[in-house]
Design a protein. Sequence first.
Length: 158
Amino acid sequence: MPTLRAFACLLPILLPLMPLHAQPLTLWLNEGGHDIAHELDACLVDAQWQPAPALDCAKNAETRWEAEVERLGARLDKVLGREARLALEISMAAWEQGREADLALVESYHAQLVEVQLGDPDLLPLSRQLHRNAVWEQRARYLRRLLDGLSEPAREVP
């Protein structure tokens, strides 16, 4: 039952920051993103959602999402033409600014939760970390969709 209680306490904290345009989990076969999400889930289950070990799982996942964004950006840079590469550079710079703003929002949001004593204080650091992860994961998914679009076979126009 402690696992259910922990999860129930996290839901009200996690739901407000979930993007409305969130898409269902898609399988990234043979790619890092799919592995990161599944390994985080497995790690959280192994940690039985206990605050300290679960937080370690989530921090490790953030590091991996950061690396995945870097890897996917580098792959896109290699396959895009000159104009698209320049656009990618501009996009990455803008995303980095947006990322910092999003991470600042996550920090402020959780500081306010602590201040008004909402949520389980032991689980708030985990909630904060999972929100940080979501910022990185969303960018990785976007870059993955761009790469996938480049690898789709050309369709004939009827």
